[in-house]
Design a protein around this ligand. Structure first.
Ligand code: SAH
Length: 241
């Protein structure tokens, strides 16, 4: 009897905690799809951070994927979001989030808001999120998707993220979701002491690597961590960096 009671208490506590999530998700079909995605795509590939896994459980990824592709929202792949751009594969989003080891209250700069999904994950990690998107159509779509799912405490800007967002620097973490051919100087400068950056580097159609940078005693150390394929980072004339 005692066991049954404590089991119910656990369920009640967990439901209460889930209820605090901004989008106030009920445990419907999509919740179950996310459980499956977490098990088969994230845990199976070595994502272990409880905070990251919890964020993936809470953020309704399907609400960030436009209609014709919505039913594939929990598939193990990137998906088109319009304007020739993509939302990254769930595993890549989880990998980049986990490696930055984001703590509550840290300032995080994202370059390439795209659908807004990665920004929602960062917000669920209790980061102070600043996100820059160069394409005004996507910027507006992301703004709507984030507001519609209850993620309101983020700052979004339409502009060229190569320059970072100097007004709010320095950042504890920088996460870049489009690939330049070399790491932008302004992003390195805007990294706080002890700050980390994860960024895909390499020209379009060549092998790109996710590069992890860390700033310690004013010096930056970097290493390649994973081969990837991202859309290019472009300037306001559409030319690749
Ligand atoms: N993080 C996004 C992934 C979007 S794909 C998500 O969760 O959906 C990468 C995005 O980077 C595209 O939307 C593209 O328009 C944007 N981008 C490309 N060059 C950029 C630049 N110089 N500054 C800001 N955003 C840029």
């Amino acid at each position: 009897m005692k066991g049954v009671l404590s089991c119910w208490i656990m369920i009640l506590l967990f439901s209460a905690a889930a209820g605090q999530s901004p989008q106030n998700q009920s445990r419907g079909e999509e919740w179950v799809r996310r459980e499956e995605m977490i098990k088969t795509q994230l845990i199976a590939r070595g994502i272990t951070s409880a905070r990251v896994l919890e964020a993936f459980q809470k953020v309704p990824r399907h609400r960030f994927v436009p209609d014709p592709y919505r039913r594939y929202a929990y598939a193990d792949q990137p998906l088109p979001i319009g304007e020739g751009q993509t939302i990254s594969q769930p595993y890549i989003v989880a990998y980049m989030t986990e490696i930055l080891d984001i703590k509550p209250g840290e300032k995080v700069l994202e370059i390439g808001t795209g659908s807004g999904y990665q920004a929602a994950i960062l917000s669920e990690m209790e980061a102070l999120v600043y996100s820059v998107e160069i394409n005004p159509v996507l910027s507006e779509m992301a703004r709507k998707a984030l507001a519609g799912t209850g993620y309101e405490n983020l700052r979004l800007k339409t502009g060229d993220g190569y320059q970072g967002w100097p007004e709010h620097a320095p950042y504890d973490a920088v996460l870049v979701t489009c690939s330049p051919s070399a790491i932008p100087g302004p992003l390195k400068e805007q990294l706080a002491e002890g700050g980390r950056m994860i960024i895909p580097v390499g020209k379009q159609y060549t092998i790109q690597y996710l590069v992890l940078l860390e700033k310690k005693n004013g010096k930056i150390r970097q290493k390649n961590v994973l081969p990837v394929r991202f859309v290019p980072m472009v300037n306001e004339k559409g030319k690749n960096y």
